[in-house]
Design a protein around this ligand. Structure first.
Ligand code: ATP
Ligand code: MG
Length: 364
């Protein structure tokens, strides 16, 4: 898919902006603090209804103003579409093709975006939380309804944890929570399992290509819930909660469930997180991100938009080239404070936007 244009009003340090994008590569170039990431963030907002930098929408509104507007026109599967978001201090309104939506889930999946930031280069290296949000963000784009399951699970989990903090928790209520947690949790488990299996398959090929067949990448779902048979997931889940109830009561927190999931990433049979070199960890992260893009393409029938926020300058020239050359059909938004190697980008299909203090001062 392609994002054709973007309109901002009172968004971060932008007053008014209208830009039309290149279908292939858009280079957002400027010194630090000028507004490059702000543009990337607004594109992400159109896809997910929230920022990747903050959960507080009001931070997005330009200082000393009341409301912001972000609009984006796109083309997907041969059709034109439009997403618009208006945020004031009191409320947020989202329209898809001029029609207001009621639930965030109705927004997800219209504009598909994959964002690659320096943090993602630590996808393999850091703790499990970053890998869980990687999984969740991707499944949300492919499976309508997944986001609702997650919200449901997290709500019950929060209530359950609150109950466990009581001196004398009501055990009947705990049973009710367990039932509900297992219900949501087992569904989430199945979606994650399927997603990780598909990512594993694609990333194995991808990684072999990126390393000239030197490295064999394995991606494995790690969950406290182990199953042999898909029909028994919920029962398994409930049994674990029962078995570990004493532990949870003692610790006063829910220590078991899909909120502890992780993925194990191996190169040639060894856990990359523990035994991989920095370079191997980075390349494995790139393989995973590229696989994610490919998976969305297979599911949605179109490649997602790719935002590379400050990631290019973190990669050596060889990896920069791998990234660009492997994604010939993908529209990219690259933010950077430094000019890139001329031989990495094909300037015939690149538009450079020079950004200075909340303004696009020059385009070429
Ligand atoms: P870097 O190269 O350092 O990543 P950048 O060009 O990506 O820089 P951005 O993060 O896009 O920079 O923009 C940061 C600028 O936006 C800062 O100068 C900040 O003061 C300004 N800014 C952030 N939020 C708001 C807001 N709500 N209203 C006005 N300006 C804001
Ligand atoms: Mg930035």
């Amino acid at each position: 898919m392609k994002l054709k244009n973007l309109q901002l009003v009172n968004y971060r340090n932008y007053d008014k902006l209208y830009i039309e994008f290149n279908d292939r590569i858009n280079l957002l170039l400027g010194s630090n603090g000028q507004g490059k990431t702000n543009i990337a963030e607004s594109i992400y907002l159109l896809a997910f209804g929230k920022s990747f930098r903050t959960n507080r929408d009001r931070e997005l509104i330009k200082f000393n103003t009341e409301n912001l507007y972000v609009g984006g026109g796109y083309e997907k599967n041969g059709r034109n579409g439009m997403v618009e978001i208006a945020i004031s201090k009191a409320k947020k309104g989202i329209k898809v093709n001029k029609i207001p939506i009621v639930k965030l889930a109705e927004l997800l999946g219209n504009i598909n975006v994959v964002i690659f930031s320096p943090e993602d280069l630590r996808l393999v290296k850091d703790g499990p939380k970053i890998r869980r949000s990687f999984i969740d963000r991707e499944i949300s784009q492919i499976v309508p309804g997944y986001y609702g399951l997650l919200t449901g699970y997290n709500k019950i989990l929060a209530n359950r944890n609150k109950l466990l903090k009581n001196m004398n928790p009501d055990l009947n209520l705990l049973d009710v929570y367990d039932e509900s947690l297992a219900d949501y949790g087992s569904k989430i488990f199945m979606f994650r399992k399927k997603f990780i299996e598909r990512i594993a398959e694609i990333s194995k090929d991808m990684h072999a290509r990126l390393t000239d067949n030197k490295e064999d990448l394995n991606v494995i779902y790690k969950s406290q819930i182990q199953i042999n048979d898909e029909s028994s997931v919920k029962d398994k889940f409930i049994n674990i909660l029962k078995d570990k109830r004493k532990h949870d009561l003692d610790m006063r927190i829910s220590g078991y469930g899909i909120h502890k999931d992780d993925i194990l990433i191996q190169i040639n049979g060894l856990d990359v997180r523990l035994y991989g070199s920095q370079g191997q960890q980075r390349t494995a992260s790139i393989s995973l991100k590229l696989s994610e893009i490919e998976l969305i393409n297979r599911e949605v029938g179109e490649y997602p938009l790719l935002i590379l926020d400050d990631v290019f300058s973190e990669l050596d020239e060889k990896r920069q080239k791998l990234l660009v050359d492997n994604l010939k059909d993908v529209q990219m938004f690259i933010t950077t404070a430094e000019y890139l190697h001329k031989n990495v980008l094909d300037m015939n299909n690149t538009t450079v936007f020079y950004i200075d203090n909340g303004k696009v001062v020059k385009t070429e």
